[in-house]
Design a protein around this ligand. Structure first.
Ligand code: ADP
Ligand code: ZN
Length: 607
């Protein structure tokens, strides 16, 4: 359905008046027009792409209340506060409220005094909520974080399965489902489960050009992280991901002891502490949170300058979502991952011993293989990532392999040495020999274990003295990544695979990535931090505005970015508006904020 031209105006008008932005981004306009006209939509857009406006503006333009289903209970208050700061009438209903608070929101809904109502998915199972919605006027349903409906996805929420019912109960209300999860398989599953096969699908490019992707060999991960933060991200806010709860605690403590303020976040902390830590991360500037994957979904803090992974993520999808939390404001940011042999061994072990059927294990294996291929690639990381999501791309010039192209070497003979060692050990099935023992044999070391099993009599004993230990570990890691070796049982015993035979019989050549001699520092890292980009004259003005913003945010109990984003303050500091009218032309200054803060900004500038 195409709209008459005059109907696109209210949307653009709302964008300018309420949000203070001049123009739509990417395919926002198409999506918004489609939903305003009553169409269903499935929107796939990367984190930071601007999904919220795609339902917020239609909710403001269409008569009635936009109902937003979101699993992010802990963030609803902030989301609603941010909307209120824009003059949008918003409320939420979830389990954190007492009866009185809920009642107030319900009354506002029924009186038509809301533009947007956020709901936790479990609310929709409650008959009284459904009846409440029946009594009001609904402009649209927005299903945020729609990938939560995908059963084998990493964020599956059973309550999301119920959402297909919305359509049955309110067939004429348009639905818009949104997610930053991109693969074709997940997209199909979402469309199917939410009954959105007939809906129009909008797929944006998943490229995030401002994020620099880097994957380094892991040796002393905490030191490597510290070095990164000290040299490139002093005073920046960021997220560090670890696999285990214990290592988040340890790493947070390590960073704090080394002068970088960091707090842990994981599912084992009580909900009070979790809420406090999340709120501190959103409100304080330059804080680092060290978290398991339990943290981050829906965090819309725009100025996260880095996302670091100290352990190998389980899938490219999860990795891309997590790294996508950096740089929503479009400014330069880093995605950094340290990865090593133990990661591969551990994850293969976890898959081998995981619950579920063979099909499930195979699927986990496929996910891991894609992640390993990304780690070991000698071509552009971004191109590889985008290809994974079905997008074509050329070398980006802003990832480690583009900036410092890795060499590759013919590792066939080295691979044969490893594989024949594993083959020989494999004949002593009752014993468990891990990676360390294989390396000891190759290097001809007389360890107690070697003597105990008389492994110094093997023909492969000492055949690898031409190569240093770390390189051997790199060879084994890459053989595991390429599927030429595998891991068995919970001891991490190396075993051959079907493909190993081709290497041993010289039918197959093995190309390996050169291990960097030292922790590779890209030759060209980002040359400016956001603050440095400002000229010497504008910098103090920017800092003055930031101080004003910090005080204002504190008074109102909201995160600083709810008042104004850095990008907006920077533009103000550069353009130095002298009247309210001039100030109103700055990106991010809408009607409500101009009325509320305009004079204070002008006073701050002239003080
Ligand atoms: P997503 O939900 O897709 O991760 P958001 O909706 O949080 O992304 O938007 C990311 C950032 O981009 C926000 O700070 C938002 O205010 C900003 N933004 C979105 N659309 C526009 C636009 N058309 N012009 C300027 N800024 C925009
Ligand atoms: Zn690249």
């Amino acid at each position: 359905m195409t709209l008459p031209e005059t109907d696109t105006k209210p949307a653009l008008d709302t964008l300018r008046r309420v949000f203070g932005y001049d123009a739509f981004r990417g395919n926002q306009q198409d999506i918004i027009e489609h939903v305003v006209a009553g169409g269903d939509a499935l929107v796939l857009m990367p984190t930071g792409g601007g999904k919220s406006l795609c339902y917020q503006i239609p909710a403001l333009v269409r008569p009635g209340v936009g109902v937003v289903v979101s699993p992010l209970i802990a963030l609803m208050q902030d989301q609603v506060d941010a909307l209120k700061a824009l003059g949008v009438r918003a409320g939420f209903l979830n389990s954190t409220q007492d009866f009185g608070q809920r009642h107030e929101v319900e009354e506002a809904f029924l009186a038509g005094e809301l533009d947007l109502l956020y709901l936790a998915p479990e609310r929709l199972k409650v008959e009284s909520t459904l009846r409440l919605l029946d009594r009001g006027r609904i402009s649209l349903f927005a299903i945020d974080e729609a990938h939560c409906v995908a059963q084998w996805g990493h964020d599956f929420r059973p309550d999301y399965l119920e959402l297909s019912r919305l359509h049955e109960r309110w067939p004429t209300v348009p639905r818009i489902a949104l997610t930053a999860t991109a693969t074709h398989a997940t997209r199909k599953e979402i469309a199917h489960r939410l009954n959105l096969d007939e809906a129009r699908h909008f797929v944006a490019s998943f490229d995030r050009p401002n994020i620099q992707y880097r994957i380094v060999a892991k040796n002393r991960p905490e030191q490597q992280l510290l070095e990164l933060l000290r040299t490139e991200h002093k005073g920046d806010a960021g997220i560090v991901y670890c696999l285990s709860r214990a290592s988040t605690e340890r790493t947070a403590q390590f960073l704090t002891e080394n002068g970088i303020e960091a707090i842990p976040y994981h599912a084992g902390l009580d909900s009070r502490t979790r809420a406090t830590n999340q709120s501190r991360f959103l409100r304080e500037e330059g804080l680092v949170v060290v978290a398991t994957i339990a943290f981050g979904m829906g965090i819309d803090k725009p100025d996260v300058r880095f996302v670091a992974h100290l352990d190998l993520p389980k899938s490219v999808e999860g990795y891309y979502q997590e790294t996508g939390r950096a740089g929503r404001d479009g400014l330069p940011s880093t995605a950094w991952l340290a990865y090593g042999l133990q990661d591969v061994v551990q994850q293969r072990k976890m898959i081998a011993t995981s619950e579920g059927d063979d099909a499930h294990r195979r699927r986990l294996g496929v996910h891991l293989d894609a992640m390993l291929a990304l780690c070991e690639t000698v071509v552009c990381r971004r191109a590889q990532l985008l290809n994974y999501f079905g997008e074509e791309a050329t070398a980006c010039g802003n990832c480690d392999t583009c900036l410092t192209p890795p060499e590759s070497w013919d590792g066939t003979i080295a691979a044969q040495k490893v594989l024949s060692t594993v083959y020989r050990l494999d004949r002593e099935r009752r014993q468990k020999f891990g990676v360390g023992h294989v390396v000891d044999i190759l290097l001809g070391r007389q360890t107690a274990k070697i003597q105990q099993f008389q492994h110094d009599t093997l023909t492969v004993f000492g055949v690898g003295t031409d190569i240093a230990e770390p390189v051997w570990r790199g060879v084994i890691r890459q053989l595991l990544a390429q599927g030429l070796l595998s891991v068995e049982g919970d001891h991490g015993t190396l075993i051959l695979t079907e493909a190993s035979a081709d290497v041993l019989s010289r039918k197959r050549e093995v190309r390996l990535r050169e291990e960097p001699k030292r922790a590779a520092k890209p030759t060209k890292t980002r040359t400016t931090t956001p603050q440095q980009e400002l000229s010497p004259e504008t910098k103090p003005i920017f800092e003055k505005l930031r101080t004003w913003r910090a005080t204002t945010a504190k008074d109102q109990g909201v995160p600083a970015y709810v008042i104004f984003h850095d990008a907006t303050l920077r533009q103000i500091a550069t353009e130095l508006p002298t009247t309210l009218a001039e100030l109103g032309t700055i990106n991010g200054v809408g009607e409500n904020k101009l009325a509320k803060y305009g004079q204070q900004i002008l006073d701050t500038l002239s003080s």
